[in-house]
Design a protein around this ligand. Structure first.
Ligand code: SF4
Ligand code: SF4
Length: 367
């Protein structure tokens, strides 16, 4: 291709990406081959919960040539998402997390950092399309395949192979200088691009902070997450009820969970220092670090939910999932002023799962 490496870098930096790496498809295939075995073991342990689609997608995810047969290089890109508006839990993590006002915390549910803005898939996809168009403008025979967040592991494998970070015991990709609060996107290209130099990476060493801090013991071994116990899965992807024995452990986590990242020394001080690098990923639609439980419990219809959360990652849980989570967090809040609203939910909702979660919360608050 006629463009130089510095032209590519300039374009990527101007677009607001925090970092990037270029890696050959041979290196990617080697790394994916290694991780496919680990992934299969993870599936065999049942740690994927009911995310059956992960198994179905496996062939494509681990075989990039299925998506772009002539793929020669992969550009892997990072976008930091932690922002000045970030806060942490009132639940006592020790990784530099900000504390919520105690009164607000009592009736609020924490929203995971990544979800405090517009749906990142759309924002990053636009950025990838822009990069793809730019490459095609340099050479009209360029073909690309773009991917944002291609599952629980593959995007991280690509980023690790491109030298952008290392796998932490919390299973996140960690850039020693930037921490782990970032999205990963990738662009496969049918041209040989000059690989970027790999940075020397540290590892977790003796640290086990994330394993100790995880409230549900979801980190079964370093780097191995059991989704069935993970609050991120239970409050977002999970379509069923939240297991009773785990409900109290959710604490105030309404949507997702960052605890194993908040305690990570590589993220220390990130919450107040980092800026959102990709412009549109700002706190929008009123989704900040937390949501008022009363507001969530009062959302009676899918239309109201849509009006409030359209275009945000909270749509993933749908009204049913968010209401279920709000009942659990309300039950954990100790705030008895929520009982009348919970009773209203129990009486008015037809969904048996929601009724049961509301009942659990009332009994916990009364008990
Ligand atoms: S996201 Fe939360 S529940 Fe899941 S492994 Fe990390 S700390 Fe545990
Ligand atoms: S908390 Fe410690 S063990 Fe866990 S990912 Fe961070 S450095 Fe690694």
């Amino acid at each position: 291709m006629v463009m130089t490496e510095s032209q590519l870098e300039d374009f990527i930096r101007c677009e607001g990406w925090s970092d990037f790496g270029v890696v050959s498809i041979e290196e990617v295939k080697q790394a994916l081959q290694k991780h496919e075995g680990v992934f299969e073991q993870w599936l065999a342990s049942g740690y994927q919960a009911d995310m059956d689609y992960l198994e179905r997608m496996q062939t494509d995810r681990f075989h990039p040539e299925n998506k772009l047969p002539q793929v020669k290089s992969v550009v892997v890109l990072l976008a930091v998402y932690s922002s000045d508006a970030d806060g942490g839990s009132s639940g006592g993590t020790d990784g530099g997390a900000l504390q919520l006002d105690p009164q607000l915390a009592q009736r609020s549910g924490i929203v995971a950092r990544y979800a405090r803005g517009r749906d990142y898939h759309k924002v990053l996809k636009k950025k990838l399309i822009s990069l793809s168009k730019w490459l095609k403008a340099q050479d009209d025979s360029v073909e690309t395949y773009l991917s944002v967040d291609s599952g629980p592991t593959v995007d991280r494998v690509l980023a690790e192979t491109a030298g952008l970070g290392f796998f932490g015991k919390n299973s996140m990709l960690i850039d020693p200088r930037k921490g782990s609060y970032f999205f990963i996107a990738s662009l496969m290209v049918n041209k040989v691009l000059t690989p970027t130099p790999k940075k020397q990476m540290p590892n977790c060493g003796d640290c086990r902070k994330c394993l100790s801090a995880c409230p549900t013991d979801a980190i079964r071994a370093p780097g191995v997450i059991d989704a069935r116990r993970c609050i991120s899965y239970l409050t977002i992807e999970n379509k069923g009820g939240i297991p009773i024995e785990l409900r109290s452990k959710l604490g105030d986590r309404l949507f997702g969970c960052d605890i194993c990242q908040e305690v990570c020394p590589f993220n220390e001080g990130r919450a107040s220092q980092q800026k959102v690098m990709i412009g549109p990923l700002k706190v929008e639609a009123g989704v900040g670090e937390s949501l008022d439980l009363k507001e969530v419990l009062r959302i009676e219809t899918d239309e109201q939910f849509l009006e409030r959360f359209a275009g945000t990652p909270l749509m993933r849980a749908k009204r049913r999932g968010l209401l279920r989570n709000a009942c659990v967090v309300a039950g954990n809040s100790g705030d008895v002023s929520l009982i009348p609203l919970l009773k209203q939910v129990m009486e008015c909702e037809e969904d048996l799962m929601i009724q049961e979660h509301a009942r659990w919360a009332i009994e916990r608050l009364e008990g």
